[in-house]
Write a protein that binds this ligand. Sequence first.
Ligand code: GMT
Length: 374
Amino acid sequence: MKIGIVCYPTFGGSGVLATELGKALAQQGHHVHFITYQQPVRLNGFIPNIYYHEVQVPTYPLFDYPPYETALASTMVDVIKNNDLDLLHVHYAIPHASAAYMAKRILEQEGKHIPVITTLHGTDITLVGKDKTYAPVVAFSINESDAITAVSQNLREETYRTFNIKKEISVIYNFVDVARFSRKPIDAFKKVIAPNGERILLHASNFRQVKRVQDVVSIFNEIRKEIPAKLLFVGDGPERQMAEELSRNLGTCDDTRFVGKQDQMEDILAIADLFLLTSEYESFGLAALEAMAAGVPVVSTDAGGLGEINIAGETGYLSHVGDIAQMTKQSLAILKDDATLAGFKSRAAAHARQYDIATIVPQYEALYEQFLTK
Ligand code: GMT
């Protein structure tokens, strides 16, 4: 198949998922064309069958806001026509689904039919999408997609609750390359972070408000009162400075490292003992799944779809949003002794295997096939 993939190229979960999907499809022999405004972060190295088309948005003194969606739709038309693509798979509804609708209509007039598959990822529905500035366009373009998928049951239900969607939304869960995340810890790295064998806690995100990173700092502050521990923050974003300030005020700064955006998550996760995800909402929590695949238990909130992947008492624990005391208690229960921690680690790794790339990617291929026969 010749597949066009449209996504955000940044460190966000939807872009990561879309890029890993494209790479996996290319490995299966499909030709995959990425259409984005920048090279996706996980699209590194040369991969045969992968093509990258950059969306150029010319500026003009008249434009306070360069019309990205128009440039994207025009690039879609160009790439689909010149490479004779079979379908377009867009990740994150805004503005990808509406640009795809426009491209589809333009191509129809030229006698080319292009099926559009839209995968909903989370904030495109629950936060940004439902803002009334965008909502009518989001609902319309989702309804106009040939197929709609959501990354969790929770997101599927949220979408039906939020918009008047007349079509079936199927759930295809996010995936992880288990083999890639099953790394042995690099001892020298572990020694640098935790020289005295302290437990290593980890949080990775884009530091948006929805992640409640201040809760991570507060939980760590409480844990440190009970056991020797270190905290690693991976990623960057608007709330990072606030998290740093709170660490300084609470006096946890010396035991906390902000390591910024990182490509090699598997090496970092390999040295971690616990992943903290304190989000107000998470449609799925791909970062938590990657942690589990690396054998790292997860203490998370019970928001959104997190309960679908984090199994209480098995892979970690869940609690209500903002319940610092409960999350501290749960973390300490996991970290209390080596045997308990080892149990959680191996159950987390075993659970993640259900979401292995080899299981989930064929579900997308099967969905694509339905449109090729029409
Ligand atoms: O979490 C973010 O802010 C990034 C966002 C994105 O679209 O890149 O992540 C969403 O999609 C991920 C991949 O499907 C999910 O794992 C995240 O749970 C989801 N984030 C939210 O729902 C807040």
